[in-house]
Design a protein around this ligand. Structure first.
Ligand SMILES: NC(=O)c1ccc[n+]([C@@H]2O[C@H](COP(=O)([O-])OP(=O)(O)OC[C@H]3O[C@@H](n4cnc5c(N)ncnc54)[C@H](OP(=O)(O)O)[C@@H]3O)[C@@H](O)[C@H]2O)c1
Length: 326
């Protein structure tokens, strides 16, 4: 009996070690030497996790980086670290609260009035839980932070991106878009009775990002602005801080086996922001710095258009702010 127990433990440990090695070996790395001196980037949610390492990399390459943060103190701490590591003083913290459309408008207005160009926009800010809360704009908070805010911010900065072309938009999505139930007629709706409703809401928000990315690429054809989406991998960052109890123990257990580091998690964002290999690629979805096909279900024209038009209404775009087909 004891021998069987020992064999099971050894077998299980070997399985975990193999899985860990597999994840390390398959992690995609950006190997480009692109210099960004003279270029400007905006990164949302840059003070921790994937966003921090994305910002750090862009700063190392010499870019001016505008860090769009909701917490000024955390933003300033991250900025100080980045300047210390890179020696690049051209890093700025600006207030950006993704739960408020007014805040996004204020951020974009200030950016458009004070910055000359925009070469890279990384829509990275995101949250996971609290799926039942509503924002002051009347939206599901997870949908607003993860999807509607990126949609609105991109619209408000698109003229600068076009004027600085070739320029790039990077949208941080998630593999969980595959478990979504996004109703194109009622984007905020999710099946409340579902035991993992927070996963579904999160998946819905990320499916919104994936669909937005495809439709945006179509509308930007010929402008010199590309847009791509990605799944960064599983990284045990602050995004899991609100998960408590048994759920947290389970997540922490899996994280100890198959989580990437935030630096590894940032690689596909960096690759899409700077690699010459993707300079002419747009509307695609990447994992580990490699393109992946999306399901036919979500790439149906009328589904994408419906989601786009309903999002335009939710974020209350004026007619002249809309991105229309050329
Ligand atoms: N970690 C993963 O396994 C994983 C997997 C797939 C996709 N992703 C995506 O990767 C992106 C980065 O997440 P992460 O894992 O690096 O988590 P993280 O460390 O928690 O970073 C999230 C960033 O978003 C910011 N943010 C959250 N709510 C915001 C709001 N209302 N307004 C403005 N900024 C807000 C956070 O600011 P504060 O620091 O002030 O909270 C933080 O800077 C997210 O879009 C996430 O959905 C992560």
């Amino acid at each position: 009996m004891f021998l069987v127990f020992v064999m099971v433990i050894i077998g299980f440990s070997l399985l975990l070690i193999t899985l860990k090695i597999y994840i390390k070996l398959t992690t995609g790395w950006d190997r480009s030497h692109t210099c960004l001196v003279g270029k400007t980037a905006v990164v949302t949610g840059p003070d921790s996790g994937i966003g921090f390492y994305t910002t750090l990399d862009l700063a190392k390459r010499g870019a001016r980086v505008i860090m769009a943060c909701r917490n000024r103190e955390d933003g300033e701490d991250a900025r100080a670290k980045i300047i210390k590591i890179t020696g690049n003083p051209n890093i700025v913290v600006k207030f950006y609260e993704a739960t408020s459309f007014d805040s996004i408008r204020a951020f974009a207005k200030d950016f458009n009035e004070t910055e000359e160009r925009l070469d890279i926009l990384v829509n990275n800010a995101g949250m996971g839980t609290k799926e039942r809360l509503k924002t002051n704009d009347g939206c599901n908070v997870v949908m607003q932070v993860n999807y509607y805010s990126s949609f609105l911010l991109t619209h408000l900065l698109i003229d600068k991106l076009k004027a600085s072309a070739p320029s790039r938009i990077v949208n941080v999505a998630s593999i969980l878009h595959k478990i979504a139930y996004l109703d194109s007629d009622d984007l905020d709706r999710y099946p409340k009775q579902f035991p993992l409703s927070f996963c579904v809401t999160y998946g819905n928000s990320k499916l919104g990002v994936v669909c937005f990315n495809i439709e945006l690429a179509r509308r930007l054809e010929g402008t010199g602005v590309t847009t791509n989406a990605l799944h960064p991998g599983f990284i045990f960052t602050n995004i899991f801080n609100e998960i408590t109890g048994l759920q947290r123990i389970i997540v922490a257990f899996f994280a100890s086996i198959c989580s990437k580091t935030p630096l590894e998690g940032a690689q596909t964002s960096i690759y899409l922001a700077v690699s010459p290999k993707v300079k002419n690629i747009s509307g695609q979805y990447f994992v580990d710095c490699a393109r992946e096909n999306l399901s036919k279900e979500i790439t149906r024209d009328h589904y994408l258009k419906k989601i786009w038009e309903n999002t335009e209404k939710i974020v209350r775009l004026s007619p002249d702010e809309k991105i229309i087909y050329k």
